[in-house]
Design a protein around this ligand. Structure first.
Ligand SMILES: Cc1cc2nc3c(=O)[nH]c(=O)nc-3n(C[C@H](O)[C@H](O)[C@H](O)COP(=O)(O)OP(=O)(O)OC[C@H]3O[C@@H](n4cnc5c(N)ncnc54)[C@H](O)[C@@H]3O)c2cc1C
Length: 401
C-alpha cells in the first residue's frame, strides 16, 4: 500500500508541520493528513506546545484510512499505480532513464525523462554514490497491546524478573524500552507497545539486511510476549496489531549537489535555493542508557532544505525525496521526519513535472517557476531573497504532476 513507514510501519504520528506556533510545511501531504483527521472525526492538536514538548505537535492519524485516502487521491490525479513491484535496475537511456521493474509476473521495462527515488533507502539512484553509516540507528517494531490494567501491576517485580532473563541471555533490555542498560518494562506497557523498542543492528539498505531486521524485530516481540504473559496481571495480555514492517530510522543518503550539515540545520541556514522548510530536534537513536540523543533547536530557528540536496552529485534529471536526501548523520536524524519527507516529495514532483513539460534540467529550472507550481498546490516556500526571473503563466493542474 502507499504511505511507506506511516502505513506499513504504523509510524502514524507525522510531524512537524509547525514551528514556533506558525505553520512551516503545508501542501499535498498536509492536505492528506488533515483529510484523514476529518474523515475519522478526530481533531488536530493546537500546535502550540513548546519545543521541548515537540511530540505534542505531531498529528495522530489512522493508518488504514490514510492508506485508502492516498489511493483515492493519487488515482483521482490520474496516476497509474503498480503495487507489488520492486525496482530491478536503472540505466541511462537516450533522453532519461530506463527502469526495469520486478512485477509479480516478470520483469517489465519503462522509460522516463525524469526519475524520482523515494525508496527511503536511495535504491534507485542509478549507481551514483550513497553514504551509509558504519552503524545505523536502531529500528522499531510498532504494535498495540491490550488486556491489562497498568495501575494494578507490580512493575518492580516485573522488572526484576526481566533483569534475570536478560542476565540469562533470554531477553534484551531493548526488547521492552529504548534503555540499553536497565529493565524498563513499564515504558512498553505504558505506551501499549507503540514506538518503544529498539531493534539492532539495523542495515536496511538491501533485501538481506531488511530480512534480518524484520526477523530480529519479530523475534524480539515474541520473546517479550512470552515473558509478559507469564507475569502476574498480564496473563490476558493480547496483541491488537503488529506492524507489517519494522520502522527504519536510518539507511542510506545520497551524496548530493549540496549537503545539509548539522551546522546548517541547527543554525537555521536559509539556502539560496531553499525549496522547503524542515523542523524537528536532532533525534539520534542509539544504544546509550537513554537510547536517544535529543538536541532542541534554538528559539526561532527553522532550517531549510536546498533543491541541490535532492539531486545526486553529477546527475541530470534524477531526484530523491524523503529520508535519503543529502544530509550528514545528525542533520538527517532530524529531517528524516514525515512532514519534511512530504515537503521534499512535493518539491521533487513539481521539479519532475516542470522538467518534463519544459525540457529544462531539474537543477536549472528557474526557482520562480518552481515556486509558482508549489504555491498552486498549497506548499509553503522559504522566504529566501527574491530571485529575479520571468513571469510564468498558470501551471498545469495536479493531475500532470
Ligand atoms: C520507529 C520510528 C519512529 C518515528 N517517529 C517519527 C515521528 O514521530 N514523526 C515523524 O514525522 N517521523 C517519524 N519517523 C520517521 C519517518 O517515519 C521516516 O523517516 C519517514 O517516513 C521516511 O519516509 P520516506 O518516504 O523517505 O520512506 P518510507 O516511508 O520508508 O517509504 C519508502 C517507500 O518506498 C518503497 N520502496 C522501498 N524500496 C523500494 C524498492 N527497492 N523498490 C520499490 N519500492 C521500494 C517502500 O515500500 C515504501 O513504500 C519515525 C521512524 C521510525 C522508524
Amino acid at each position: 500500500m502507499l504511505g511507506g513507514a506511516i502505513t506499513m510501519g504504523s509510524v502514524r504520528w507525522p510531524g512537524l508541520f509547525h514551528a514556533w506556533e506558525r505553520q512551516v510545511i503545508a501542501g499535498i501531504g498536509w492536505d492528506l493528513i488533515t483529510r484523514c483527521v476529518a474523515e475519522c472525526g478526530d481533531t488536530l492538536p493546537a500546535f502550540d506546545a513548546p519545543h521541548d514538548f515537540f511530540f505534542c505537535n505531531q498529528v495522530h492519524i489512522n493508518p488504514a484510512i490514510y492508506a485508502a485516502l492516498c489511493d483515492e487521491c493519487v488515482l483521482s490525479a490520474g496516476v497509474t499505480l503498480l503495487l507489488h513491484t520492486m525496482l530491478a535496475a536503472v540505466e541511462t537511456a537516450d533522453d532519461g532513464w530506463r527502469v526495469t521493474l520486478c512485477t509479480k509476473d516478470g520483469l517489465e521495462t519503462i522509460t522516463t525523462r525524469v526519475l524520482i527515488d523515494c525508496t527511503g533507502d536511495a535504491n534507485a539512484v542509478a549507481g551514483y554514490p550513497i553514504q551509509v553509516s558504519d552503524e545505523c540507528q536502531p529500528a522499531t517494531l510498532v504494535c498495540r497491546i491490550a488486556g491489562y490494567d497498568l495501575a494494578t501491576l507490580d512493575l518492580d517485580a516485573i522488572n526484576r524478573a526481566f533483569d534475570a532473563e536478560v542476565r540469562a541471555g533470554r531477553l534484551r533490555y531493548t526488547d521492552a524500552s529504548w534503555n540499553a542498560d536497565r529493565a524498563n518494562v513499564g515504558a512498553w506497557l505504558n505506551q501499549a507497545g507503540q514506538n518503544i523498542n529498539h531493534i539492532h543492528p539495523c542495515n536496511a539498505c538491501d533485501s538481506r539486511g531488511k530480512t534480518q531486521v524484520e526477523l530480529a524485530g519479530r523475534a524480539s516481540f515474541l520473546r517479550l510476549f512470552r515473558f509478559l504473559r507469564a507475569q502476574p496481571g498480564l496473563e490476558a495480555l493480547r496483541v491488537e496489531y503488529l506492524a507489517a514492517e519494522c520502522g527504519v530510522r536510518e539507511s542510506a543518503t545520497i551524496v548530493g549537489k549540496a549537503t545539509v550539515t548539522t551546522d546548517d540545520f541547527t543554525g537555521g541556514r536559509l539556502w539560496d535555493d531553499a525549496v522547503c522548510y524542515t523542523f524537528y530536534p536532532i533525534d539520534l537513536h542509539n544504544l546509550s542508557p537513554e537510547g536517544v540523543e535529543i538536541q532542541l533547536l534554538e528559539e526561532g530557528v527553522v532550517p531549510t532544505v536546498p533543491r541541490r540536496a535532492l539531486l545526486p552529485a553529477g546527475s541530470r534529471n534524477l531526484l530523491t525525496a524523503g529520508r535519503c536526501i543529502a544530509s550528514d548523520r545528525l542533520a538527517n536524524s532530524a529531517l528524516r521526519v514525515q512532514a519534511t519527507c512530504m515537503a521534499t516529495g512535493q518539491v521533487a514532483g513539481a521539479l519532475a513535472a516542470l522538467a518534463t513539460q519544459t525540457g529544462i534540467e531539474v537543477e536549472e529550472l528557474p526557482l520562480p517557476m518552481v515556486d509558482e507550481l508549489l504555491l498552486a498546490h498549497g506548499a509553503i516556500i522559504p522566504e529566501r531573497q527574491a530571485t529575479a526571473g520571468p513571469a510564468y503563466g498558470a501551471m498545469s493542474p495536479l493531475s500532470t504532476v
